[in-house]
Design a protein around this ligand. Structure first.
Ligand code: 6GU
Length: 243
């Protein structure tokens, strides 16, 4: 897959490309990652990417021409164009999986001033990474690129995404490593038992417990298996005893 980020701050993505799993994914040709500086597409002497808003008011607005020319310089029939704005639909794991299927993803970053509305007619969708305001789309492009790249074949161990928080709609179960006792805090007995069926069931139960405690919204409207129903009943009973 190829990811192209259209931005006036290409340096923002330097450490991202040079670090850890993303660096290795690029080196192993699992992903090609590039930045395109749309300031290089301006036509005026001062290389302005923005101008004052029609109708008056505070701030500036990103103009169509440099952004659309930058987009056209890299877009093909296989490109999927995403605009990053706080008005977009919320980015969730399901969307990361969907975006990871495209051959060419183009991420368009604006900054605080906002885009000329007409730019929206050149993009396929608009995404936000959450309900808060950033100074620009760059951190969002970085978040989306990271979430997408780790899903590509050969980037991380195949099995590790199956246990991801959210991949089955539940938060991840608690994990422990050596020592078995740290300052009197003990690792749950079942994990030391080597009994794989019991360990699997304990993990499912703890995933359910953590999700119910922290993110009950994720359980609303979810279908439960017979086993999950039983484990949820056990959790409810345990909570009754505590009180
Ligand atoms: Cl994609 N852009 C900006 N500027 N702020 C945001 C955002 C995007 N997502 C959440 N807040």
């Amino acid at each position: 897959m190829k990811i192209s980020v259209i931005t006036i701050f290409p340096e923002f993505f330097d450490s991202f490309q040079m670090t850890s799993i993303i660096k290795r994914a690029i080196e192993n040709n699992r992903v090609e990652f590039e930045t395109i500086d749309f300031r290089n597409f301006t036509l005026d002497k001062h290389r302005h990417v923005d101008d004052t808003p029609y109708g008056g008011g505070q701030g500036m607005v990103l103009a169509c021409q440099p952004i659309i020319d930058a987009l056209r310089s890299i877009q093909t029939e296989k490109s999927h164009v995403v605009m990053l704005t706080p008005q977009g639909s919320s980015f969730v794991q399901k969307k990361a999986v969907e975006l990871s299927q495209y051959e060419h993803l183009i991420l368009l970053c604006g900054h605080y001033e906002g885009f000329d509305e007409r730019i929206r007619s050149y993009v396929d969708e608009e995404i936000s990474i959450g309900d808060y305001v950033l100074t620009g789309g760059e951190p969002a492009a970085l978040v989306i690129s990271d979430a997408v790249i780790r899903l590509l074949d050969g980037v991380i161990l195949e099995d590790s995404h199956e246990d991801d928080s959210f991949s089955d709609g539940l938060l991840e179960y608690p994990q422990y490593t050596k020592p078995a006792d740290f300052e009197g805090k003990k690792v749950p007995e079942v994990l030391l038992s080597g009994h794989h069926a019991n360990i699997r069931q304990w993990r499912l139960k703890e995933s359910l417990r953590k999700t119910q405690q922290r993110r009950p919204d994720l359980l609303k409207g979810r279908m439960f298996t017979k086993e999950e129903e039983k484990l949820l009943a056990e959790i409810a009973e345990e909570q009754q005893k505590e009180h």
